[in-house]
Design a protein. Structure first.
Length: 138
């Protein structure tokens, strides 16, 4: 009977650990989504700057919601607000920021893979413990 108590404790502990790792995974997915959105905004910014230089440029109105989200993303990435597209920018700075953001996205993807592996390991352990509990009860 005492071994059954130990197995139940291990099951509880493993379930708690699994829950925490799944929460971390969810948070990393959200963070990765924000990073990808930030990268998209940087590419859009770069493209708009290129178009301004062309003679056929027709300015387009940006949504305030989009602008607010961009500010939130840049703030979370510790990127200073980019200047308006009609002001001169340093293309090297923008390219450097994009490279850094891509590297960070790669790191976050690797973290996601590691977290998924940890989840699979804990799920396998949980499956085994439940099997052992069932065997002890039989």
């Amino acid at each position: 009977m005492s071994s059954l108590i130990v197995i139940n404790r291990q099951i509880s502990k493993t379930e708690e650990t699994l829950y925490r790792v799944e929460q971390q995974l969810s948070a990393k997915r959200d963070e990765l989504e924000d990073l990808a959105l930030g990268l998209t905004h940087l590419y859009d910014y770069m493209e708009e700057y290129k178009q301004i230089q062309s003679p056929q440029y027709i300015p387009k109105k940006h949504s305030n919601i989009c602008k607010k989200k961009q500010e939130e993303i840049f703030q979370s990435l510790n990127i200073a607000e980019l200047p308006a597209t009609d002001s001169p920018i340093y293309n090297d700075q923008l390219v450097k920021t994009i490279r850094e953001l891509k590297a960070r996205i790669r790191e976050e993807k690797q973290t996601l893979v590691r977290l998924k592996k940890v989840i699979v390991t804990h799920e396998n352990e949980l499956h085994y413990l439940r099997f052992e509990r069932k065997r002890k009860l039989s």
